[in-house]
Design a protein around this ligand. Structure first.
Ligand SMILES: [Fe+2]
Length: 244
């Protein structure tokens, strides 16, 4: 059995331990199982695009597979994916990985990079850690966002936005979840993710698949939202104009 096949088999066994007759939990376990596998595939494609070698591509794929490892325990124990109501699923995932049966075959250096990527896939920013560690954290963050944009349902809410988030987004930048006060604010958070994409490959896919257009269309064409849209469009076209 190849190393990657073994890792998928290990992951499958890990997830199956959370299968349950409780439909609420089971639906969410299956959702995260499918998400993890898709993110693994996206990560491998992105790694290949970046010209990484076979070993690095395998690492990127593994990180994609295990980045949400703690989600299964989270929804089983807390019946939610909201970190603020349970635990930080990046920190918990890195901890679970560190005690998993998946460690054989990785060097200490590789294990450090995997843990760093899991820990920081859901943080506001990647803390400085050197180019190798940061590379894999960037790959998982992009791959995760691409898959999330593909499956996100629209937010059902009015246009009651918090002034702080509006003013931050007008100048372009990543927003903090802790500033979310209304349902509508989540639209602004989603839009701000476009400022947190690291690779042109991902940005080009997000635009080509219509996700940017869809998120922009969710905001009204009035007042500050017009500025937010124009700032975003200028940022995106500037980023993509450097593409070959
Ligand atoms: Fe996650």
């Amino acid at each position: 059995m190849s190393e990657i096949d073994y890792l998928y088999e290990w992951f499958q066994g890990y997830v199956k331990a959370y299968y349950t007759g409780d439909k609420f939990v089971m639906d969410r376990v299956l959702l995260k199982e499918a998400h993890s596998k898709r993110v693994a595939a996206i990560s491998a494609s992105l790694a290949a695009y970046l010209g990484l070698d076979d070993r690095q591509t395998l690492l990127a794929e593994v990180i994609g597979l295990v980045h949400d490892l703690s989600r299964f325990r989270q929804v089983t124990e807390y019946r939610t994916f909201v970190d603020a109501e349970s635990f930080d699923h990046g920190d918990a995932g890195a901890e679970e990985f560190a005690h998993s049966g998946m460690l054989a075959g990785f060097t200490d250096d590789e294990l450090g990079m995997i843990r760093f990527a899991i820990t920081n896939h859901n943080k506001m920013l990647i803390p400085p850690a050197g180019p190798q560690h940061e590379l894999f954290a960037k790959i998982i963050r992009d791959a995760d966002k691409l898959d999330i944009f593909r499956i996100l349902p629209p937010i059902q809410a009015n246009h009651d936005y918090s002034p702080k988030l509006i003013s931050q987004l007008k100048t372009g930048g990543v927003l903090s979840y802790t500033d979310v006060k209304t349902m509508a604010d989540k639209r602004l958070i989603r839009l701000s993710w476009f400022y947190d994409i690291y690779f042109d490959w991902t940005l080009a896919k997000l635009v080509a698949e219509g996700h940017l257009e869809r998120q922009l269309a969710a905001l009204p064409d009035t007042g500050d939202c017009v500025v937010i849209k124009e700032t975003m469009k200028a940022y995106i076209s500037n980023s993509l104009s450097s593409l070959p």
